[in-house]
Design a protein around this ligand. Structure first.
Ligand SMILES: [Zn+2]
Length: 303
């Protein structure tokens, strides 16, 4: 092997020894920054918002950096063999790439399937840990869905009725101080451009032209705001060879009778579509659950 190649391989080796720990350190820094930012949030509600919005991205960046670190360190392996024949240099790059990608892939699977459960538990804790009244330090109580309506204005109630936004009302039973927190609801509704509430929902879809294998179709979506009654239409193109269909719950699938000799404290609803999609929801009472089932469609459900 020529001297030039040997010099190159030595320089490569030295660079990898610098890059590998740097990438891992970067991953750790990203994680530490996340923890610091989270720790700087005083309110549990702010922690909730921060974790639900950003935790995934930070974890993803951390694992991507570690995967890169693994790729770099693998590129230093068996240097003496590589010095014998340059072909091994490329084989080593290829194998290192495979190992790095494998780590990234496993990390991504964990983030997709295991991590959501962990995050849900954390978010549940942030959301339901009793709040303290900032004025006197008293512990506040969370009102149930029926009790909270008095404290919400009409627009907020309209948002709750279409399940687009979920409001939690905390009350200091001694002083009557309240704290209202806004959470994303279980179904999606658009923000109305007239009243500003998240109450604009799809009323019906009208197919003007069916999509064929040669031609795009066209569909009109009719929206109506359940608060200010604004009506809005939107034309949507249907891509070729696709028809719009959705799984809709029928009246028969709504349950009517539950023995009322015992008080129901929680209702769990699991909706299975014919395509194998499963959505799970929890409700405090039957009324809520029934109202939800009337609003439900898979298209509206939030991932
Ligand atoms: Zn409106």
């Amino acid at each position: 092997m020529s001297e030039g190649l040997i010099n190159f391989l030595t320089a490569w080796q030295n660079t990898m020894y610098i890059l590998a720990p740097s990438a891992v350190a970067l991953g750790i820094i990203i994680l530490v920054v996340f923890k610091l930012l989270l720790g700087s949030k005083k309110e549990l509600k702010s922690k909730y918002d921060f974790v639900s919005k950003f935790e995934y991205n930070f974890l993803f960046a951390t694992h991507a950096s570690i995967a890169l670190g693994i790729f770099f360190i693998c590129n230093t392996y068996k240097q003496e063999t590589v010095l014998l024949s340059f072909i091994w240099f490329f084989i080593r790059i290829f194998i290192s790439l495979c190992i790095g990608v494998l780590y990234g892939y496993i990390a991504q699977l964990m983030l997709k399937y295991y991590y959501p459960g962990v995050q849900a538990k954390k978010l549940h804790k942030y959301r339901y840990t009793p709040r303290t009244n900032p004025n006197n330090g008293n512990e506040m109580k969370l009102l149930s869905e029926e009790e909270e309506d008095v404290y919400l204005d009409e627009g907020m109630q309209a948002e709750e009725d279409v399940f687009s936004v979920d409001y939690d009302v905390w009350i200091d039973t001694e002083t009557g101080d309240t704290k209202i927190e806004k959470y994303e609801g279980r179904l999606s509704a658009l923000k109305c451009d007239r009243c500003g509430f998240q109450t604009l929902k799809l009323e019906k879809e009208e197919v003007i032209k069916d999509a064929s294998t040669e031609q795009e179709g066209e569909l009109i979506k009719h929206y109506k705001c359940s608060y200010c009654k604004r009506i809005k239409r939107k034309n949507v193109k249907l891509s070729m060879g696709k028809t719009e269909s959705d799984y809709i719950l029928t009246e028969q699938s709504q349950f009517v009778n539950l023995s009322n000799s015992k008080k129901v404290i929680l209702i769990k609803v699991a909706i299975h579509s014919n395509e194998g999609e499963i959505k799970n929801y929890e409700f405090q009472n039957l009324n809520e659950a029934q109202k939800f089932l009337r609003e439900f469609s898979f298209k509206k459900s939030i991932e």
